[in-house]
Write a protein that binds this ligand. Structure first.
Ligand code: PEP
Length: 275
């Protein structure tokens, strides 16, 4: 994550989930993203392919603004845990970040305690944590805020301030995720919740460090609504599911993020000159 004065790069994180089915398809999609990311100046592409593909793809990771990561890690470090892959093993395979607490993992039984353990082990392995939080339902009384606060507090329990530089949070309201989602959240929904999340994060790591923790939006992001979240919603980036498997859509999202970054940099230079 790069900073230029008050400006920061947009993180465009791609969660490929259990797709694509074949290694050569993953390579083709990846090569397309590599080509699209050659001239990046204001954004970074983070790709979380299925775990078996990470190692092969990292050979081709030639750009600083392109990161590879995993979609989950174990709550154990090693031993008799059939099927589990530790954060340290993922790091060795080439993962630079790991998604933790995704709602699809929580739906399979992952508890808040599991999420906290995974966060701790990933940070210990020096992998950036992309922590997902979000309510299942949006009520009219603001109860959903308590759900989000509790997920953030429990996930970050015991996390030192010094680790905040390896922490990214994605606000992913469960009701907005996936093809059966009623609708994406709005940029205004995101903006208010992201401010709230930073406030809760500050309880753990202090206000200064919390301000530097990027908060992304995730949930039915498309090439048509991405700009709204980045611009009006002031999102520090996006966590993109289905749409991240479509190279042409990703090219549009990348071009939009870059154009916004350039416009903001220009505004900030103008502001500096007139001060
Ligand atoms: C996700 O599950 O992280 C996600 C954002 O999915 P989608 O974009 O497909 O809603």
């Amino acid at each position: 994550m790069r900073y230029t004065g008050m400006m920061r790069d947009s993180i465009l994180a791609c969660n490929w989930k259990m797709n694509p089915g074949r290694r050569h398809e993953a390579e083709t999609l990846y090569q397309g993203l590599v080509a699209a990311s050659k001239a990046l100046k204001a954004s970074e592409i983070w790709i979380a392919p299925p775990t078996p593909f990470i190692d092969g793809l990292r050979e081709r990771r030639i750009f600083k603004r392109l990161s590879l990561g995993a979609q989950d890690c174990s709550r154990f470090t090693m031993g008799a845990h059939t099927g589990e892959v530790s954060a340290a093993m993922l790091k060795e395979a080439g993962a630079q970040f790991v998604i933790v607490g995704h709602s699809e993992r929580r739906a399979m039984g992952e508890s808040d305690t599991d999420v906290n353990t995974k966060v701790q082990y990933a940070l210990k392995a020096r992998i950036t944590v992309l922590l997902c939080v979000g309510e299942k339902l949006r009520d009219g009384d603001g109860e959903y805020l308590a759900v989000i606060a509790s997920q953030v507090r429990s996930a970050l329990m015991g996390v030192p301030k010094s680790a905040s530089c390896r922490l990214v949070i994605a606000y992913e309201p469960v009701w907005a995720i996936g093809e059966h989602a009623a609708a994406p959240a709005t940029p205004e929904d995101f903006r208010s919740v992201s401010i709230y999340i930073k406030k809760v994060v500050s309880e753990q790591v202090g206000a200064g460090a919390a301000l530097s923790v990027p908060v992304l939006y995730g949930g039915s992001v498309s090439k048509d609504n991405a700009m709204g979240f980045l611009d009006e919603g002031h999102a520090d980036g996006l966590l993109i599911g289905r749409e991240s498997l479509k190279l042409s859509a990703m090219k549009t999202i990348i071009a939009d993020a870059e154009a916004l970054g350039r416009a903001r940099a220009q505004r900030s230079r103008k502001h500096e000159r007139t001060r």
